[in-house]
Write a protein that binds this ligand. Structure first.
Ligand code: ADP
Length: 244
């Protein structure tokens, strides 16, 4: 078995295996309104990681026990497509997917104004089309955009990014190689306009100083990603404005 430290992830110039600087994110692309039959949708790419989010609702749930009298229920299903990884992944929901669905829901619940739609359900389906690390944080970014695209009122937009530690160096927006061979990773999501962190996880061991430094690297990137979300949504509304 290959040891975790066998691969060098930072070269003598201080660059990462894909040529990025430690504080550099991958190229990010985003698009909204990509599905005709969903209330809102978004496709988000962080480098080779490609995630689709579709929002359905608010709508009346089929099972009446799902109803809350004072607010909408937010449901999230995170799923990796069988073709999203190099080895075909089982299509059945794994424990990891069930756990990620829950943490993603918690990362969004604080910003969605669910009280505007009592007795309804808002469904968010996240489909990982291509996985190369950071799928949960790209899924949060895609969900935030899809919710906005569906016209669901939110206190603020949310975005996510993961910070990792490889060869003793903190790196921003880890990919799969860095995630699987690195020493630690820290997925973070936040709503910068509310000064609110909505997801904070740590896998592995980091010192207090590294956590603080990693958090500030992530928050800076999240601010940038949210600004991309805003311009993506604005472009869509400008295009609609031109049509009418
Ligand atoms: P995240 O995608 O949020 O970083 P993980 O840390 O659990 O979540 O996974 C890191 C990466 O490992 C994923 O982005 C994906 O590229 C890969 N991976 C995760 N689960 C599987 C799986 N079942 N099969 C193949 N690759 C996987």
């Amino acid at each position: 078995m290959q040891g975790k430290k066998s691969m060098r992830l930072i070269d003598e110039r201080g660059l990462r295996h894909d040529g990025r600087r430690p504080d550099e994110i991958r190229p990010i692309r985003m698009q909204v309104g990509v599905l005709a039959n969903a209330s809102g949708s978004a496709l988000v790419e962080y480098g080779k990681t490609k995630v689709l989010a579709a929002v359905y609702g608010p709508r009346e749930p089929q099972q009446k026990f799902m109803i809350l009298p004072d607010k909408a229920i937010l449901r999230v299903r995170y799923h990796m497509a069988p073709f999203s990884t190099t080895e075909r992944k089982s299509p059945a929901p794994s424990r990891r997917e069930i756990e990620l669905s829950k943490v993603i829901r918690e990362a969004l619940e604080d910003v969605v104004l669910t009280s505007e739609y009592p007795r309804t359900v808002i469904d968010i389906f996240i489909e990982v089309l291509q996985a190369d690390g950071g799928t949960r944080v790209a899924g949060i970014t895609a969900s935030s955009l899809a919710l906005a695209d569906a016209g669901i009122p939110m206190k603020a937009l949310v975005a996510g990014v993961a910070v990792g530690k490889v060869d003793g160096v903190l790196v921003l927006d880890v990919d799969e190689v860095e995630d699987s061979s690195g020493e630690a990773d820290m997925p973070i999501a936040a709503a910068p306009d509310l000064n609110l962190i909505t997801l904070f996880q740590i896998n592995g061991v980091l010192t207090e100083e590294e956590v603080e430094r990693g958090l500030s690297m992530a928050l800076k990137a999240i601010q940038y990603i949210v600004s991309l979300e805003k311009s993506t949504l604005k472009q869509k509304y400008e295009a609609i404005g031109e049509e009418v």
